[in-house]
Design a protein around this ligand. Sequence first.
Ligand code: GRF
Length: 193
Amino acid sequence: MVKSTGYKKVKTAVFISGTGSNLKSLIEFSKTKKSPISINLIVSSNSKAKGLHLGKINNIKKKVFNFKKKNKIENQILSLLKNHEIKMICLAGFMKILSRNFINKFRGKILNIHPSLLPKYKGLNTHQRALNNNEKYSGCSVHFVNSKLDSGKVILQKKVKISKNETKDSLAKKVLVQEHKLYAKAILKVFNL
Ligand code: GRF
């Protein structure tokens, strides 16, 4: 459990690489009274990530990092997080794998959202793999991040029924709608709220 510091919201960074629809819903949630977190920083691994525009609209500082030299970049991110007094990290469509060293510095304070019912379909291309296996259900999971890909303890999951003529795109859309609700719920759970 992450401790909430009374009335003060826990400063949180969201890491993205793309569209940022989960970032958008996290920002909306963070502005509600019941949210234990505020979003104070957006980190992107991609300078072209659509989600970056949400920083400007919402007056949240954003920073792009090129992960080619991972160790060096992670150290830069760690000092940025320190400067902004960030205590929690939400990965939301973030396509890079963080090192064990980085994760250990934020042990139990990094969450991720994944578009499958973990432990099924870790990694990429989840929707197509679920369809190929004739699954009746898919869904999404919010989990703690550890040093193994999509393997940390699951906090919450939401099931989605796969329809007869489902395609990977229609399934992705359906699951994404649920992702947006699930992330906020999982955060409340992490804070015991
Ligand atoms: C989501 O499906 C998320 O679960 C996955 O990548 C997608 C990102 O979507 N890891 P968005 O950038 O939040 O719109």
